[in-house]
Design a protein around this ligand. Structure first.
Ligand code: KMH
Ligand code: ZN
Length: 278
């Protein structure tokens, strides 16, 4: 199957690690809430899910048993491509982040460099990047390269030159824009980042954090890119209007895609695009 070029991959990032349940009770943090969100967002047009999990106190967790149970539940109750975050929270140790692959997801995020992250530092030293990449090749997990900055584009080029192509042979990138400390969430920055991508990149998506969400989504559609949306990245629909459910964010980009004459990709098409194992 070759996925037609008018298809739009929508990746749902429903939870993240930064927002607390206290501040945002509608954030899906339990397994039940996550699966329910995933089902609703799949029905609305999402094809892949980028997953961060929480513990029983709703705090970010990389517990191996919980991760495995989450992958199993999402596989059981949705057809979505399941991508686990290896970024975790800024407080997670590197060894726990490597162990995420033990849960055997279809895909994993792989951030291409250290970045200032608001008042914190999101640490991704080069030896960690290469170890995680080798592990993803060995375990046959398709990485999604997360680029927070233009320097991360150069790091991706270096990684591919040194260690070859990912499992499956496709190179899928997500531009994460508008993080305080990373590249700005603007059309100009998106155009510059896309122009700099290595030739080996076969598909790319973009997401704009907070108020940059719409500017980035529209710029990405204009450049033929795909989209990531969800409450990991944005908590308001407009100034003072909170997101009540992730489905609202998916539905909004489905509508933007319709205007841009892009049809949401099915999970089966996404599997083909990314060449995930199952
Ligand atoms: N929570 C951020 C520190 C990823 O999922 O790979 C890292 C992050 C990236 O969200
Ligand atoms: Zn994430």
């Amino acid at each position: 199957m070759t996925v037609p070029s008018d298809r739009l991959l929508i990746t749902l990032a429903p939870t993240g690690a930064e927002t607390s349940k206290e501040d945002c009770p509608q954030l899906p943090t339990t397994l039940e809430e996550l699966v329910d969100t995933a089902r609703r967002c799949e029905a609305a047009g999402a094809a892949m899910i980028h997953v961060h999990i929480r513990d029983e106190e709703h705090k970010p967790s990389l517990d191996p048993g919980r991760l495995a149970a989450t992958v199993e539940a999402l596989r059981d109750q949705t057809n979505l491509v399941v991508q686990l975050s290896t970024g975790g929270s800024v407080h997670d140790p590197l060894d726990a982040r490597l162990k995420v692959l033990d849960a055997e997801p279809d895909s994993c995020s792989l951030t291409m460099g250290t970045t200032n992250f608001g008042d914190d530092v999101f640490s991704n030293p080069w030896p960690f990047i290469t170890e995680l990449y080798r592990l993803s090749q060995e375990r046959e997990v398709v990485p999604e390269f997360e680029l927070f900055d233009l320097g991360h584009v150069a790091a991706l080029r270096r990684l591919l030159d040194k260690l070859g192509l990912p499992y499956g042979g496709r190179v899928h990138v997500d531009l994460v824009m508008g993080v305080p400390g990373g590249m700005p969430g603007t059309a100009d920055a998106l155009v510059a980042a896309v122009a700099a991508l290595p030739e080996a990149v076969t598909s790319w998506s973009a997401t704009g954090i907070g108020r940059s969400t719409l500017a980035v989504a529209l710029a990405s559609l204009s450049k033929g890119g795909h989209l990531r949306v969800g409450m990991e990245d944005v908590l308001t629909l407009a100034k003072g209007v909170p997101v009540e459910h992730n489905e609202q964010l998916v539905s909004r980009v489905v509508e933007l895609g319709r205007i841009a004459q892009r049809t949401p990709m099915t999970p089966t098409e996404a599997r083909d695009l990314l060449q995930v194992k199952r």
